[in-house]
Ligand binder design. Sequence first.
Ligand code: 13P
Length: 257
Amino acid sequence: MSRRPLIAGNWKMHKDHLEAIDLVQRFNYRLEAEDYDAVDIAVIPPFTDLRSMQTLIDADRLPIALGAQNCHWEDSGAFTGEVSPPMLARLNVRYVICGHSERRHLFAETDEIVNRKVQAVLRHAITPILCVGETLEQREAGQAKDVVVGQLHGALEGVGAEQVRTMVIAYEPVWAIGTGRTATPDDANEMCAMVRSTVADRYAGSTGEGVRVQYGGSVMPGNVVALMRQPDIDGALVGGASLSADDFAVICRFPRL
Ligand code: 13P
């Protein structure tokens, strides 16, 4: 089965809405129609940029999908400071990152919270980008696979095969995020294949074949081709390099490099 690669730029807490417009316009100038034909491309800015991004994407008919970095699991209510999936759906948000390691580690998100978010996002026909990955200590202790398998089962509790098939799962080893230290293509592929086989074991083989598994962690113009050549890696979740129009455009053009 051929899976269409998804390159998504997670901007984290960078770029106000004016900077966001400038960045996406400059990025788009660097791409041609055939680039957009070969890969799905998404930008995942802070909440405050989403409305401006939606307007720009609509007005200029850009083939770029919009994502959000987080959300609450309820539709509405007394949850000061939170943003709900239906609010994001109204902004044509196509993807929501669930369980990024920064949220797990800095904001104490548990597998149970991540699971609620995954279910809520799916209820509103938005695609979760479920993030999993081990820390350096866990890898050095030989626990990488067990940690990732545990995160997957925790996040997929109560989620049906038909829904999982539509999801994106991002394997992001914590030690590779923002460090410039990328997993080797072979290691990254082995973990992405393991993610896929965990999904296949939990549901059915065809569910594992359909789900897109991204790699994330210091993806850059210089390493994207080797990573994307791997059979079980279906795209990249890009942090730092997605803040540069030049670098993100080169990454998105990987099929032509
Ligand atoms: P970097 O590409 O900056 O390592 O970040 C990866 C990441 O966390 C994407 O979600």
